[in-house]
Design a protein around this ligand. Structure first.
Ligand SMILES: *Cc1c(COP(=O)(O)O)cnc(C)c1O
Length: 396
């Protein structure tokens, strides 16, 4: 039995390692960068403006601000809304650290609310319990690209006079009940980090109302009341005023040049992601040892991540061993995320115990993310499926 498996495995195993999430870059992006470098404007300028406008148009957002990261966008959103000491912001433990780090940056207090066990996004019932007179904002994270349950979140925000700041690092393009993410809350922050659905290597975009975005634009560029690039154009002047101790968060035209091409390619890249997801869903939903990601009829999933869950009571191995065995099959994986309350800084500062957010804690122990990107070939997808099925069956 063991011999048969290893012989079959040796034959089927990939000869090269399949990376978890390589960027999808074509000659068009390369040419756009070279073009920008040969122009006389390389930092924030006309291409950034064009990218902001195209991005806002694509989502149906009122206004957009190009930035050097999503983290910068979340920080600027909090700073623009003057959220600070004594204020509380409710968010999820199932996120990347930067969602919560920015709350610390403005000296406000992060309050975690546990997640829904099916979608792994904020559970509105837990958010309701977390609201206090000090709550100023709710920060949903559209985990893996599945929009959080926005209707009850927006309802609670209205009722209690709270802002809604969305971490949409995974959610381009996604929609909740027909409305694109980016055109829903007060502020929405997107990431163009190297692994995200649209990349500019590093970069981000913040969407919101024109008033909010213009305030964020000033704060995001040193608190200067003029755009630096306009100062050096013919109609511009040398004069500016610093109206706040702002940050240096602007996007460059080199990033925007990549972003404009990537935005053109986004629908095609998404179509490929969906094809891969269909094949994964069909293959893995057959196996009792595995739980496939939730799909909901009222949302359009951005499929940034394909998060498989292990039914540990049906397996002889834990998640770490499962990942190690996939690595032996030359398949790269990742884990999203180590919950916020388990990280030493947060556990110590707020006295959080693993079981304080039991759903996030338990789901964390059985999640793993499989390769899902626009560069996967049909053969790559079959290699992933074969490896996962083999590892799951052998461990069942
Ligand atoms: C990637 C990511 C971020 C940070 O994005 P940057 O552009 O790298 O700042 C924030 N939140 C989540 C959920 C992410 O996955």
């Amino acid at each position: 039995m063991a011999t048969r498996h290893s012989a079959a495995g040796a034959r089927a195993r990939r000869s090269t390692f399949l990376p978890f999430s390589p960027p999808s870059i074509t000659e068009a992006e390369v040419e756009a960068v070279v073009d920008t470098l040969r122009s006389d404007w390389i930092t924030t300028g006309p291409k950034t403006r064009r990218f902001e406008q195209a991005f806002a148009d694509y989502l149906g957002a009122e206004s957009a601000l190009g930035l050097n990261s999503c983290t910068a966008g979340l920080h600027l959103a909090l700073a623009t809304l003057e959220i600070g000491p004594g204020d509380e912001v409710i968010t999820t433990p199932m996120t990347f650290c930067s969602s919560v780090n920015v709350i610390e940056h403005v000296r406000a207090t992060p309050v975690l609310a546990d997640i829904d066990p099916h979608t792994l996004t904020l559970d509105p019932a837990r958010v309701a319990e977390a609201i206090t007179p000090r709550t100023k904002a709710i920060m949903p994270v559209h985990y893996a690209g599945h929009p959080a349950d926005m209707a009850p979140i927006l309802e609670m925000a209205r009722e209690h006079g709270l802002y809604v700041i969305e971490d949409a690092a995974h959610a381009l393009p996604a929609a909740y009940e027909g409305q694109m993410v980016g055109a829903i809350g007060d502020f929405t922050a997107f990431s163009f980090y190297a692994t995200k659905n649209l990349t500019t290597a590093e970069g981000g975009m913040l969407t919101g109302s024109p008033e909010h975005i213009e305030r964020a634009r000033v704060l995001g560029l040193h608190g200067m009341n003029r755009d630096a690039w306009k100062r050096y154009t013919a109609e511009g002047s040398w004069y500016y005023e610093v109206v706040a101790p702002g940050f240096k968060y602007n996007m460059t035209d080199i990033q925007a040049a990549i972003g404009l091409v990537q935005l053109e390619r986004l629908e095609a890249m998404q179509a490929r992601r969906r094809q891969v997801v269909e094949q994964y869903q069909a293959a893995f939903s057959q196996l009792e040892a595995l739980e496939v990601p939730a799909e909901r009829a009222n949302v359009d999933h951005a499929w940034h991540l394909y998060v498989l869950r292990l039914n540990l009571d049906r397996l002889k191995v834990d998640r770490s061993r499962f990942i190690e065995e996939l690595k032996e099959w030359n398949i790269g994986t990742s884990v999203h995320f180590i919950p916020i309350h388990l990280h030493p800084y947060y556990a110590e500062k707020y006295g959080w115990q693993p079981e304080d957010f039991p759903v996030a804690y338990h789901e964390y122990q059985r999640v793993l993310s499989l390769p899902l990107n626009a560069s996967l070939s049909d053969e790559d997808v079959q290699d992933v499926i074969r490896a996962v099925v083999d590892v799951a069956e052998n461990a069942s």
